[in-house]
Write a protein that binds this ligand. Structure first.
Ligand code: COA
Length: 349
């Protein structure tokens, strides 16, 4: 057995406002039937005016810390600062509160975590897996003992109001896990990662303006360039290929076969993508976790929110062999493997 990062808490948060397909169809040239059949999505949540990514991140972080206190994650070591629950915060987001500074330090401050190291990871829909790998590596290296890993995004704030495709798909939310130092043989230990990127596809999922490439000049950006843009068809294909191949590489490394898996928790982008990944890996439907019908694509929050829902509903139980797999802008992809621990997710305060 060797030192490993172990999942010991799980939380999720959604904004109060739900938007149904019918409500979208009242504003845009779309229909409940199109959205359901082409994406599987029935509902998504959006932040209120004035509400931002950090608000959701704080809510999910609080709940993950509460979950860790309830079961298997009790903590008395305060070496990182008086009252500190964790000594590291990693926040995956592509919709930070501001372009500069990172959003994580403010989240750590609002959570009362003292002066812990806190930083953002930007890997769009793969952000949570990248953040998990970063925090787990810092724990196994002895740089941290306990980490709060949050995935939070508010894509409703960057969507083009007249783009029926992106508005049908994306929703806001946040999910978080607490990691603690433990042993590789324990349930909850992160057993391995597969991470990758292909920057030749950077234009497929992008916000063109607002960075150093298309600088702010004081003039408004070129038509629509301030909004999120996505080329749906190639993104669909790349998502299927990369989540399948990444999962398979990780399974080979961990020594599991697809048949050994109880659950695959893939990034919730489109139910047709989830089924195509299942087909590539030779999985049965019962192995694939689906919650996008209720929340849409919540970007970095997608995987932890799917975990929270599956665990809360008893679809994911202690001892299950689980692979998490994500794909997103960059392009980026990543997968993680673990045996599900005995934890109680907290999704409502
Ligand atoms: N309502 C009605 N029609 C819509 C629509 C909507 N919400 N969104 C797109 N359409 C239309 C298109 O305009 C197009 O019309 P046209 O044929 O007149 O040009 C038609 O539907 C087919 O578009 P297409 O893009 O070929 O559809 P699709 O079956 O590929 O589904 C996506 C589109 C976006 C749902 C799908 O490509 C997808 O899910 N891609 C991946 C998205 C994703 O996962 N992004 C995040 C990755 S991390």
């Amino acid at each position: 057995m060797s030192r490993a990062a172990v999942v010991c808490g799980l939380g999720g948060a959604l904004p109060a406002t739900a938007v149904t397909n019918e409500e979208l169809a009242a504003q845009l040239d779309t229909s409940d039937q199109w959205i359901r059949t082409r994406t599987g999505i029935g509902l998504r949540y959006v932040v209120a005016p004035g509400e931002s990514t950090s608000d959701l991140a704080v809510a999910a972080g609080e709940r993950a810390l509460e979950s860790a206190r309830r079961k298997g994650g009790s903590h008395t070591d305060t070496t990182a600062g008086a009252g500190a629950d964790v000594d590291l915060v990693v926040l995956a987001t592509s919709t930070p509160d501001r372009p500069c500074p990172g959003t994580a330090p403010g989240v750590a401050h609002r959570l009362g975590l003292g002066t812990v190291p806190a930083f953002d990871v930007a890997a769009v829909c793969t952000g949570f897996v990248y953040a998990l790998a970063t925090a787990a590596s810092m724990i196994t290296a002895g740089v941290a003992e306990r980490a709060l890993v949050i995935g939070a995004d508010t894509f409703s704030t960057i969507l083009d109001p007249v783009d029926r495709t992106t508005r049908a798909i994306f929703g806001d939310g946040a999910g978080a896990v607490v990691l603690r130092a433990g042993e590789s043989g324990e349930p909850g230990a992160l057993l391995g990662f597969d991470l990758g990127s292909d920057g030749s596809g950077a234009d497929l999922i992008t916000v063109r303006a607002g960075g150093s490439r298309q600088r702010s000049t004081g003039e408004p950006p070129a038509e629509g360039d301030q909004f999120f843009a996505m080329e749906g068809r190639p993104v669909f294909t790349e998502a299927v290929i990369n989540m399948s191949e990444s999962s398979q590489r990780l399974l080979d490394r961990v020594g599991w076969t697809p048949g050994d898996l109880d659950k695959v928790v893939a990034h919730q982008a489109n139910v047709r993508i989830l089924h195509a990944v299942g087909e590539q890996l030779g999985l049965e439907d019962k192995q694939i976790v689906v919650n996008l019908d209720r929340v849409g694509n919540t970007v970095a929050a997608s995987i932890p929110l799917a975990l929270s829902d599956a665990a809360a509903e008893g679809d994911l139980v202690p001892g299950h062999r689980v692979v998490l797999t994500g794909f997103g802008g960059g392009l980026t992809w990543g997968s993680a493997a673990l045996v599900w621990p005995d934890i109680e997710p907290v999704t409502q305060s």
